[in-house]
Design a protein around this ligand. Structure first.
Ligand code: ADP
Ligand code: ADP
Ligand code: ZN
Length: 228
């Protein structure tokens, strides 16, 4: 386990990248090794849908269509989550921000609180690979762990290695919705690369490598940060 240098900036991190880049996969390991909470807006919505809450019903319309949940809704949820004390010593945002207004709202929230972002890790993957990644993705019904039919198989077919939960395909990982999500990414989320580059926060990671290599590259980027 890596410990955070108390003198250095805390790890207030964002994982950026198109759907299927490997954000969730890398987050699973990062949050264990760095002992920071994983804040995934996609996971929050899927949990609300499962629980049948009003938020879940609202979000599901957008998610199933491959569209973004409105900024106002998402921003409120993330702000509430970042007010919880476990995020004070760092956090890993996964899937947020996804639009410029979300990024502005995040900055407006964190900066006055004296806890600005430390870095934005952008996982880059060739768009052609993304469709294969997403259509082969399987997630655990119970704990949300991420698998792939070809590149990350569980030990036992269809069963989660962590909790014995059943694996399933996400409704929005069907090919037609995937294409829509990739368009939405290009139009609404990709501009954040430039946004964070200009803010001096962006760290580029080549996501077209095996899962362990991608992880090592992220760890190196974070180590460089701690030594800054
Ligand atoms: P992926 O892991 O494939 O990138 P996510 O699990 O992050 O997908 O998100 C699934 C869906 O949840 C998105 O397609 C979108 O509808 C909704 N969603 C998640 N995060 C956000 C966000 N920050 N803003 C708007 N919608 C979001
Ligand atoms: P995101 O959260 O960015 O949408 P995921 O972490 O859910 O992406 O990964 C999408 C799919 O690709 C999953 O099925 C995952 O197992 C697989 N995957 C993730 N990283 C890699 C990689 N480096 N090489 C091959 N497959 C990967
Ligand atoms: Zn599981």
């Amino acid at each position: 386990m890596r410990t955070i240098n108390p003198e250095a900036n805390q790890y207030n991190l964002v994982l950026l990248g198109p759907p299927g880049a490997g954000k969730g996969t890398q987050a699973e390991r990062l949050v264990k090794d760095y002992q920071i909470p994983h804040v995934s807006t996609g996971d929050i919505f899927r949990a609300s849908i499962k629980a049948g809450t009003a938020l879940g019903r609202e979000a599901q319309k957008y998610i199933d269509a491959g569209e973004l949940v409105p900024d106002k809704v998402v921003i409120g949820i993330v702000q509430e989550r970042l007010k919880e004390s476990d995020t004070k010593a760092g956090f890993l945002l996964d899937g947020f921000p996804r639009t410029v207004p979300q990024a502005d709202a995040l900055d407006d929230f964190l900066r006055p609180a004296g806890r600005p972002l430390s870095a934005v890790i952008n996982i880059e993957v060739d768009p052609e690979i993304l469709v294969t990644r997403l259509s082969g993705r399987r997630i655990c019904k119970q704990c949300g762990a991420v698998y792939h039919v070809a590149t990350k198989k569980p030990v036992q077919d269809g069963v989660c290695d962590h909790c014995d939960g059943q694996l399933r395909q996400r409704v929005d990982d069907q090919e037609e919705t995937v294409r829509k999500r990739l368009q939405v990414y290009a139009a609404q989320t990709e501009p954040l690369i430039r946004y964070y580059q200009e803010a001096g926060l962006l760290r580029q990671i080549n996501g077209d490598q095996d899962i362990n290599r991608v992880y090592q590259d992220i760890v190196h980027a974070l180590e460089a940060l701690a030594n800054d």
